[in-house]
Design a protein around this ligand. Structure first.
Ligand SMILES: C[S@@+](CC[C@H](N)C(=O)[O-])C[C@H]1O[C@@H](n2cnc3c(N)ncnc32)[C@H](O)[C@@H]1O
Length: 231
């Protein structure tokens, strides 16, 4: 499986028992964290919009990293990358955090303490400053404690893309492939695809909205009728 925008490798940590994973991320720092967590996985530093490995995979997975595509052009390029690396009959799953149809401003907070005295607390605030464009904004305020007890404050702003669900599906339709992913529709697919869908379903379930994946996730299956190989 090829994961685009794999970050610190948290999804990969769970998926690697069922898949041989190739992990791609733009950030060298995130890849370094993921290498520690998943030393047995292949790691590649690249942009999901322009990556061309010249190899194909059974499955492509893009979780919340797809949120960093903030224009339609970015989104189409990322979908194209997934398509270019997907074997005939393979599957790509995109799981954005939000879609235009049901985005709502929200706040969250949380954090953890480590046994060595380090600690982190965060406040997350998501807004849509201009509903007429394709961007939302998430501001994080972090309180970071070091083992000696000193605490620093960090403000981190993320500009994220927000698109109608149909837009990703349109990228798929353009390739003459099926539309929305539906839970329960994968029984006849190969084991690896089933496992991915099951995992994505579990992941969404943890978001406390069991029906979310049906609304949000978009599955792109490269049809058997298209015999063109990878670039
Ligand atoms: C929220 S993190 C992903 C975390 C991941 N889902 C996990 O399980 O750990 C989003 C990641 O997307 C990456 N990213 C953003 N834009 C990207 C791009 N154009 N190409 C590749 N990765 C990108 C960031 O570097 C970041 O590591």
């Amino acid at each position: 499986m090829l994961e685009l925008g794999s970050g610190g490798g948290n999804n990969a940590f769970h998926l690697k028992s069922e898949f041989e994973m190739t992990l791609v991320d733009l950030s060298a720092d995130m890849l370094a964290i993921s290498r520690q967590l998943n030393p047995e996985c292949e790691h590649i530093q690249a942009d999901m919009r322009t990556l061309r490995l010249g190899r194909i995979f059974d499955a492509i997975f893009v979780h919340d990293a797809i949120d960093y595509m903030t224009s339609e052009d970015d989104l189409r390029q990322a979908v194209d990358t997934a398509y270019q690396h997907c074997r005939v009959g393979g599957v790509a799953v995109f799981v954005p955090d939000d879609i235009a149809e049901n985005f709502e401003p929200a706040t969250e907070h949380g954090g953890h303490d480590a046994p060595d005295g380090r600690g982190a607390r965060y406040l997350e605030w998501s807004t849509d400053p201009d509903p007429s464009d394709t961007r939302t904004r998430t501001d994080f305020a972090f309180l970071l404690r070091t083992p000696d007890g000193s605490v620093t404050v960090v403000h981190d702003r993320h500009e994220l893309g927000l698109f109608p669900r149909a837009l990703v599906a349109q990228g798929a339709d353009r390739r003459r492939v099926p539309g929305p992913f539906r839970r329960g529709s994968h029984q006849r697919r190969p084991t690896s695809t089933r496992a991915l869908c099951r995992y994505a379903g579990v992941m969404e379930y943890h978001h406390d909205q069991p029906d979310k994946l049906e609304t949000y996730g978009v599955r792109l299956q490269r049809p058997e009728s298209q015999l063109a190989g990878p670039p």
